[in-house]
Design a protein around this ligand. Structure first.
Ligand SMILES: [Zn+2]
Length: 474
């Protein structure tokens, strides 16, 4: 006898969408079967609901040093605050980062981050290893061990993002070291996530805009430009082609980026692209509105033509994931900067991600339910080695399950959010919203009530399937 059966829902599985019952035993899915075929101690009614795999957000920066105001150091909100929003919003796993800087090594920073998350997350988690700055070459020899230990994903920035400041450590990994890292990551069975912007172009633009007195933050899209993304993506793909390394472009913001990803995939390279819901839903005109910087994340919001390319990439191809670049702060801090050098970057979007993705993708743009599950959960799980434990409603997978209620119609207000004192999505109209979140068989949110706690989330060991590393697999 099973512990629980979810009945009467429209279930999104790897084999299609249908009216199936989902049987759960302990923390795992035991069976997906025809209606009425499963017996269990308890039943859960999903009539009228869409039953999808728990969301996987592959790009979060919680408890992270804020870069934009180096004279007043502070941190983004931690997992104990932000993952509450994930529980409400239908995300059951998130991937954050640990930064290895010159003088540092991989193992100690992993341990530090794991200790910070311990008993502090409502949902499951792991970390990408970010390689920053003029790292000693011996750090790259630690890549194989990290992959074996269950951390097969790395991250590199091709730009420092902001102009140099004595109190701000640079994030950029030079292309020599990116090449060196790719050789080792490819050999070890890992994947490299890349923040792709051309450092020369970005830094020159800061210099030029300063000289011209055009310091207003509304110019951000001209400093962190479309061309800069194209150059960096192209250069990175050239190295990926030479090394055979799988590459994942974080926060694709421009049509040029989408094109570069599409061309690389057409050549059979294992190249994957992410975008963010605020890049798809807003453009640079939004910066001129009173709370416009609430939706700024580096690189920048772009033009309507870029939004269209991002949506095409999400609904059809070549983009694989809808993520957040989560970087939660209070509203006052988010709106503190006004210039191209001090606007606070980052997003508070994890809580809204599944609901906005459903409304804008499925309802407004006829995205299939299979594709919705793919971009919000399955693909991130595959690319970063969580699949099939995460990202699937299938026997053997963790019972991470979300109900979307497609009958919910509302204009989002502050009361719909549970992380900060604002959300950039206040005022947005949605049709469909998560109403139940289950993490490994435990209901952690139901009908707007939080039932989980910060001891529920667990560190998940990861291993990427060889098919994902050879050619575009999702
Ligand atoms: Zn990021």
């Amino acid at each position: 006898m099973l512990d629980l059966v979810i009945r009467n829902g429209q279930v999104v599985t790897p084999h299609g969408v249908g009216a199936w019952d989902v049987g759960i035993q302990g923390e795992s899915i035991a069976a997906v079967a025809a209606p009425g075929a499963l017996a269990a101690d308890r039943g859960m009614d999903a009539t009228g609901k869409i039953v999808v795999p728990g969301g996987v957000d592959p790009h979060c920066h919680l408890a992270h040093a804020i870069m934009s105001h180096p004279e007043e150091p502070s941190e983004t909100m931690g997992p104990e605050d932000d993952t509450r929003g994930m529980a409400f919003g239908g995300t059951t796993t998130h991937l954050d980062f640990c930064y290895v800087r010159p003088g540092g090594e991989i193992q100690p920073v992993l341990e530090q981050r794991a200790a910070r998350w311990n008993a502090s997350s409502y949902v499951d988690y792991s970390f990408h290893i970010t390689l920053c700055g003029a790292l000693d070459l011996k750090v790259f020899d630690q890549i194989g061990d990290a992959v074996k230990a269950g951390y097969p994903s790395f991250k590199a920035f091709t730009t420092n993002i902001l102009p140099p400041h004595p109190k701000r450590p640079g994030n950029r990994l030079d292309f020599g070291r990116i090449h060196y890292a790719m050789e080792r990551i490819a050999a070890a069975g890992g994947v490299l996530a890349v923040h792709g912007e051309d450092e020369d172009v970005v830094q020159f633009n800061y210099e030029k805009f300063r000289a011209e007195g055009r310091m207003g933050g509304e110019n951000m899209y001209l400093v962190h430009s479309k061309l800069s993304e194209q150059l960096a993506f192209h250069r990175t793909i050239t190295l990926a082609r030479a090394t055979g390394c799988a590459v994942y472009f974080v926060h694709t913001s421009a049509s040029e980026g989408v094109t570069e990803i599409g061309e690389a995939r057409a050549d059979g390279l294992p190249v994957y692209g992410e975008t963010l819901h605020q890049y798809a839903c807003f453009n640079a005109e939004h910066y001129k509105t009173p709370r416009g910087f609430c939706s700024h994340t580096y690189p920048s919001l772009k033009f309507p033509e870029d939004q269209a390319a991002l949506w095409r990439g999400l609904v059809d191809s070549p983009l694989s994931t809808l993520a957040t670049d989560e970087y939660p702060t209070p509203l006052a801090l988010k709106l503190k900067g006004k210039t191209i050098e001090d606007v606070t970057g980052g997003n508070t979007g994890a809580e809204a991600r599944m609901g906005i993705g459903y409304t804008e993708g499925v309802v407004k743009r006829r995205m299939s339910l299979e594709r919705f599950a793919a971009i919000t959960s399955t693909n991130a799980a595959k690319i970063f080695g969580l699949y099939p434990k995460k990202g699937a409603i299938a026997p053997g997978s963790d019972a991470d399950i979300v109900f979307i209620d497609p009958s919910v119609r509302k204009t989002l207000t502050k009361d719909d959010f549970h992380v900060s004192d604002y959300s950039p999505w206040e005022g947005w109209q949605v049709q469909g919203w998560p109403v139940m979140t289950m993490l490994r068989g435990k209901v952690i949110m139901e009908n707007g009530r939080l039932l989980g706690d910060t001891r529920d989330g667990r560190l998940v060991a990861r291993k990427v399937d060889a098919r994902v590393l050879k050619r575009p697999a999702c």
